[in-house]
Design a protein around this ligand. Structure first.
Ligand code: NAI
Length: 396
């Protein structure tokens, strides 16, 4: 069928298999174009199909020759409905990994469930023996508690009082004012339940109890802090509470992992365009301005550049570089005072009339389309394409 982008709000409901494949290939090519590095050999990535998790899979596989087991929650194509981008990304990743002689196996299902944890443990035992790096990169809207079966839904809201800010509709470029109402106590608790560290801890404990973590194993999860402009809706909001919990969980896991000389780290990453970040109010406008400033300074990075830098400069075979709270700071360039001062200046000026000129909204939009496999010049979108693509390790 011919696949074109179709939008419902900020979600694209279609994705293009060849475009997703091109997106993955670009990231693989980036890593292949850099120096190979000594890194983990057996890697489990939870949330491996898009964004930072996919970049972690690509960087460790193609940069360090790692065997990767990826867990994610994606939907295959059915009838006239395309698969989700993460499905096509994984199919492309596995094809390329297998071509390169790299082990790559994937598990599609709810990472919050006991069943998927068990499936991952069984696969590690059968194929890999032990894991030396676990990357936890989930961004999920809801979680079913594996014990009580209660469903928790995360929200992106400020805490304490409503927040009014500039925002942009990145399709039309219209800058407007948005007010986000304050979160209720239950919403804060639910967001922590979904995006905090509880499930990360359950994963690490299950892996440890089953003896599949290697001596010296590293557990890694991703967080975000960001600037004052987004604090009310991000770091001081509901999601920020979840990230605080995730960061505190790293300290707990450090004690748990000490038994096997292992370590747990949270890496605070830079704002990038992913399905998760595009859904946060205010963030697309901030990111469009940030990208403009960082590109001018030649320090702009996407997921793959960030994660390659993580494994070659911040978390290497010889140890980790952390801040006073034990966090790895991949957001160091984003948070540079000269970068932030310029972003704030632009933030004050930006409106619907000048946004095209003073921000990099066009690139934000293109990167958003790219997430779904659109706007790749190497793909002919007028051609029929078979949307029923198999993931080799899942469909055989
Ligand atoms: P993303 O939306 O691109 O990826 C989310 C991944 O989680 C996908 O692989 C998806 O299949 C998987 N997933 C979601 N629900 C699942 C479930 N129930 N079971 C199994 N897999 C499930 O998100 P992104 O942006 O890469 O986020 C990953 C982490 O990076 C998050 O912790 C996020 O807060 C963090 N981060 C993101 C930043 C950004 O600007 N996007 C900045 C800094 C940190």
């Amino acid at each position: 069928m011919i696949v074109q982008p179709k939008f419902r709000g900020f979600i694209c409901t279609t994705s293009h298999p060849l475009g997703c494949s091109a997106h993955v290939k670009r990231q693989i090519d980036y890593v292949r174009g850099q120096k190979a590095f000594t890194g983990p050999k057996n890697v489990l990535i939870i949330g491996a199909s898009t964004g930072y998790g996919l970049a972690s899979r690509i960087a460790t596989a193609f940069g360090a020759g790692a065997k990767t087991l990826g867990v994610f929650y994606e939907r295959p194509a059915s009838g006239n409905r395309t698969a989700t981008p993460g499905w096509y990304n994984t199919a492309a990743f596995e094809r390329e990994a297998h071509k390169a002689g790299l082990y790559a196996v994937s598990i599609n299902g709810d990472a919050f469930s006991n069943q998927i944890k068990q499936q991952a443990i069984d696969t590690i035992k059968a194929d890999l023996g032990k894991i030396d790096l676990v990357v936890y990169s989930l961004a999920a809207p809801r979680r079913v508690d594996p014990i009580t079966n209660e469903i928790y839904t995360s929200v992106l809201k400020p805490i304490g009082r409503a927040f009014t800010s500039k925002t942009v509709d990145f399709h039309s470029g219209e800058v407007s004012t948005v007010t986000i109402e304050t979160a209720a106590e239950e919403e804060i608790a639910a967001t922590v339940k979904v995006m905090g560290g509880e499930d990360w801890q359950l994963w690490i404990e299950a892996l440890l109890e089953n003896g599949v973590l290697a001596d010296g194993c590293t557990a890694l999860a991703y967080s975000y802090i960001g600037p004052e402009i987004t604090h009310a809706v991000y770091r001081s909001g509901t999601i920020g509470k979840a990230k605080e919990h995730l960061e505190a969980t790293a300290q707990k896991l450090n004690r748990t992992l000490a038994k096997i000389n292992g370590r747990a780290y949270v890496s605070v990453n830079k704002a990038v365009v992913t399905q998760a970040s595009a859904a946060i109010p205010v963030v697309p406008l901030y990111a469009s301005l940030l990208f403009k400033v960082m590109k001018e300074k030649k320090i702009h990075e996407g997921c793959i550049e960030q994660i390659y830098r993580l494994f070659t400069q911040k978390l290497t075979a010889t140890g980790a570089q952390t801040d006073s709270e034990g966090r790895i700071r991949l957001d160091d360039w984003e948070m540079r005072p000269d970068v932030q001062e310029q972003v704030v200046e632009l933030w004050e000026q930006v409106n619907s009339g000048n946004i095209a000129e003073i921000s990099d909204l066009a690139a934000f939009r293109t990167e958003f389309f790219n997430l779904f496999g659109f706007e790749f010049p190497e793909v002919d979108y007028a051609q029929d394409v078979d949307v029923a693509v198999a993931i080799p390790s899942i469909d055989g």
